[in-house]
Write a protein that binds this ligand. Structure first.
Ligand SMILES: *[C@@H]1O[C@H](CO)[C@@H](O)[C@H](O)[C@H]1NC(C)=O
Ligand SMILES: *[C@@H]1O[C@H](CO)[C@@H](O)[C@H](O)[C@H]1NC(C)=O
Ligand SMILES: *[C@@H]1O[C@H](CO)[C@@H](O)[C@H](O)[C@H]1NC(C)=O
Ligand SMILES: *[C@@H]1O[C@H](CO)[C@@H](O)[C@H](O)[C@H]1NC(C)=O
Ligand SMILES: *[C@@H]1O[C@H](CO)[C@@H](O)[C@H](O)[C@H]1NC(C)=O
Ligand SMILES: *[C@@H]1O[C@H](CO)[C@@H](O)[C@H](O)[C@H]1NC(C)=O
Length: 567
């Protein structure tokens, strides 16, 4: 086809072979050059800059999405995103919120920026160092309109730490770890007693006029950003939900009553409310995908859905999330704390599959930059996994490190092996949540849930039917650790000189310590960890609550207290 314009020369060439053969070849060469130049222009930088939407769930457990096997909590929109795109089977994060979000924004392990350990409190003067260039700053420089809806939690004590000072054009959300789903207040236990303040901001102003269930507020904000977006510009929307994090003491689980009522198949009263919170989150994903479709930009958008860390089935900040059958909770380096829900979808480039290569939260910065045609920075820990993920290739990430010098543990994953050293709180280190999975009567139909979901119908309308065979993924995860009897297990707990080594491919539920049988592997992994430990920016071993941050000084808001003169 491309040579048709050269046929004139070709015909003459047949009559006068010597003279015109040269011209025919020259003509072909010129044509190919023109085509190359044209296609570079079409596929070049500007047109590659797709919109990016990152949706982050807060403390959503491994077993809290239906694509991982649960019949209790239906998440057809989140699942469909993965079925149409890529379900990440081995997606790892840090095991705590502030560290995970720091790694997402910087592309670096949290312990290299001093953001590891116990999450930021509202009364703490600390933030992600402003010397770090973060994802929204990269994207803003590239001409993106940048918006953050929802949780920040990497610094609010000074104005320079706030999202609007760090690359986001607009902000609507809570700055700290969590708030009440209706009042947007956050309570902390101080030595003087309970301290409470409002934490919902529009740009840098307290958003006193808002009302409604916070997941709805965040969804409406995201939709309004999408609707009013100038489509000639690329869009970066980061949507960091409060859900399904716990609220304040006394009201830790909150969802609209009619949604809770629709969860009457859930036996555990707490899980019933939790399931409703997750349904609202899942509906939000459907609404956002629908808004992108109605705006006509869905097919030019990359959508990433991730959880920030594992669920908190019991203990501090319990939300009755479920990581079962994975071992351990949030705040532990066991799989339940760090192996989390992840899915990515990107237009027609991806043929749907499950990706089993390692992906870490720090990989998104370089991966997304690559996806829009930019060279990622090289002074980071994250790997550009774009090609690996979309083409289902072996992951170039060979290892995953978790270091918390505050809690005093380290974990190191390499290949099939995972080593844990130091001390991990034992009350969060076992297999929890099996007893919370009861269902009254028959569970809801998964097929109906998928077919009735917004994401399914939006994709169907766009000619991308989600095939039911894709739900093989769900069944695979259901049998993640088929043979177990957790009650009888002698689980390995690190500490007092004991290190635990697991083969997380064969034993993803971390039941069998194989350290003694593999002294060489243990030695090599400890050596690697000791090198990595030299990169740690030390974290003070204290939970700070500065009296001057008291919301009473700031009209009962949690404010950037270092810069603000109290009213
Ligand atoms: C937030 O800041 C952006 C950018 O300066 C501005 O366009 C927008 O109007 C602000 N929103 C509010 C409510 O002040
Ligand atoms: C706050 O203190 C109360 C009473 O001492 C306790 O029951 C509760 O668990 C504490 N909450 C948190 C989040 O530490
Ligand atoms: C993307 O969707 C828009 C609106 O639905 C449509 O006009 C356009 O042709 C689509 N582009 C591609 C590459 O499918
Ligand atoms: C993706 O790669 C894995 C591991 O190599 C393989 O088992 C799987 O079949 C591949 N999936 C697809 C859709 O090619
Ligand atoms: C370490 O030793 C202390 C004191 O003997 C004990 O309380 C703790 O349970 C031990 N930890 C482990 C992991 O064995
Ligand atoms: C102070 O708080 C009240 C709500 O308690 C709010 O209505 C008012 O607008 C706030 N004042 C300022 C100056 O922000």
């Amino acid at each position: 086809m491309s040579s048709s314009g050269c046929n004139y020369f070709y015909r003459i060439h047949r009559k006068h072979p010597k003279r015109m053969g040269f011209l025919y070849i020259l003509c072909i060469l010129l044509l190919s050059l023109t085509i190359t130049v044209l296609s570079v222009k079409v596929n070049g930088k500007n047109d590659n800059r797709r919109h990016i939407v990152i949706i982050i769930a807060d403390d959503l457990g491994w077993n809290d999405v239906s694509s991982h096997g649960t019949d209790q909590v239906m998440t057809p929109n989140i699942d469909s995103l993965g079925y149409a795109g890529v379900t990440l089977g081995r997606y790892y994060s840090h095991c705590i919120c502030t560290p995970s979000r720091s790694a997402l924004l910087t592309g670096k392990y949290a312990y290299t920026t001093g953001m590891q350990g116990y999450p930021l409190t509202n009364g703490e003067d600390r933030g992600l160092p402003t010397t770090e260039k973060i994802l929204p700053q990269y994207l803003k420089e590239l001409g993106y309109a940048t918006h953050l809806v929802g949780k920040w939690h990497v610094g609010g004590s000074r104005e320079k730490y706030l999202p609007t000072k760090r690359g986001f054009d607009t902000y609507f959300g809570h700055r700290g770890g969590f708030v009440d789903y209706y009042e947007y207040t956050s309570e902390e236990n101080w030595s003087i007693g309970k301290v409470s303040g409002m934490d919902l901001y529009r740009n840098e102003t307290a958003a006193w006029d808002e009302e409604g269930y916070i997941t709805d507020l965040y969804t409406e904000e995201a939709i309004s950003i999408i609707n009013s977006h100038d489509a000639s510009k690329p869009l970066f929307l980061m949507m960091a939900h409060l859900a399904p994090h716990s609220g304040n003491d006394g009201a830790i689980l909150q969802a609209p009553p009619e949604v809770v009522r629709s969860m009457r198949h859930v036996e555990s009263p707490e899980r019933r409310i939790f399931a409703a919170m997750v349904k609202k989150l899942d509906d939000s994903v459907g609404d956002v995908v629908e808004a992108l479709s109605e705006k006509g930009i869905l097919n030019k958008t990359i959508i990433l859905f991730i959880s920030d860390n594992g669920g908190m089935t019991s203990g501090d900040s319990v939300n009755y999330a479920n990581n079962y059958p994975l071992r351990g909770l949030k705040m532990t380096p066991f799989e339940g704390g760090i192996r989390v829900v992840g899915a990515i979808w990107a237009s027609d480039e991806i043929t749907s599959h499950q990706y089993d290569g390692y992906v870490h939260v720090s990989d998104w910065l370089p991966t997304l930059l690559k996806a829009i045609g930019e060279e990622p920075p090289n002074n980071i820990d994250g790997h550009d996994l774009w090609a690996n993920i979309i083409m289902n290739q072996t992951s170039s990430r060979a290892e995953i490190v978790e270091i918390d010098d505050m809690a005093g543990y380290q974990s190191y994953i390499h290949g099939d092996f995972k080593l844990i050293t130091g001390h991990v709180d034992q009350k969060y280190s076992n297999h929890q949540g099996k007893d919370l999975l009861g269902i009254i009567g028959k569970p809801p139909s998964y097929t109906d849930a998928i077919v009735n979901s917004k994401v399914y119908s939006v994709f169907k309308k766009a000619g991308r039917t989600i095939h039911f065979e894709d739900m093989v993924i769900r069944n695979r995860f259901k049998d993640l650790c088929p043979k177990h009897d957790d009650e009888d297990d002698e689980l390995c707990h690190p500490g007092n000189g004991t290190v635990c080594l697991f083969n997380i491919k064969n034993d993803p539920c971390e039941r069998k310590n194989i350290a003694e049988a593999n002294p060489y592997i243990v030695k090599t992994m400890i050596e690697r960890l000791s090198i990595e430990k030299k990169r740690v920016i030390p974290r003070a071993n204290s939970i700070v609550r500065e009296p001057r941050a008291n919301p009473a000084f700031f009209n009962y808001t949690w404010h950037s207290f270092v810069d603000q003169v109290s009213s």
